[in-house]
Design a protein around this ligand. Sequence first.
Ligand code: ATR
Length: 276
Amino acid sequence: MKTNISGKTRLAGVIGWPVTHSLSPAIHNHWLAEHGLDVVYVPLPINPAVLHSTLPSLGEIGVVGVNLTLPHKELVIPVLDVIDHTAQAIGAVNTVLFDKGQRIGFNTDAYGFWHNIEVNAPQVRRDEAFVIGAGGAARAVVAALDAAGYQKIHVMNRSPEKIQGFSLISPRVVAHHWSAAPEVLANVDLLVNTTSLGMGGQPALDISLDALPSHAVVNDIVYTPLDTPLLHAARRCDLATVDGLGMLLYQAQKAFEIWFGILPEVTPELRLKVLG
Ligand code: ATR
């Protein structure tokens, strides 16, 4: 923990409502200490009703930048001066940089998702992907899959109407109705769960992985627990798996680079620290 706080120490943080569960302070303060930066990263519990008045003030008092988590990622958009291309396509911002009086919005979730896959399953093929869910996280995942060159991006959601807007993120999206055994799985190289199913206290995701080819990679963006019922089932089918903690760590890595111009390292030591 940083103890040498001076008159020059600057602030960064994560805005959420609630925000007490956030792992971002542990991640960013680890890197700030590693790089000897005179900055403290703190949780900022901000009621969505006052986000519009509070965010500009943070820039005015010299805050370097902030991350945004639920429910702020979309609400913040009207308060920004500039929004980067990826964040615009996804329709959500998770990182703001305060720079020379401007509030600049980015989305590093897509980078975080794909980097996690690239680092932990570099063998993954890039023809067809299957995404379960159509919320904010799914939008970032689909943007990343499109950028990675996937030719078909199947999206399945309990509420199928939510998939409609996805064609604006990628023309290669194919919508599917909710099913426990989707027909297209035999051609899928990468399957991703973006729903909250499998999270502690939630039912497991009920999907049969039997039809997936033996080279398929299965990823869950849920990381509480780290070993979700979906990943467990994938391993039982001898499939490669990637857990969700990496997406959190790599989206933070990119945010840190946006604020400080340094791409910090995601190490096994950091993973263990974050897992507590
Ligand atoms: P996030 O930003 O994490 O993506 P979100 O935007 O609230 O969160 O999206 C949650 C996703 O989980 C949605 O795809 C949601 O499905 P619906 O669009 O049908 O609501 C999915 N989800 C949550 N609970 C679910 C459940 N019990 N069964 C199936 N899907 C569920």
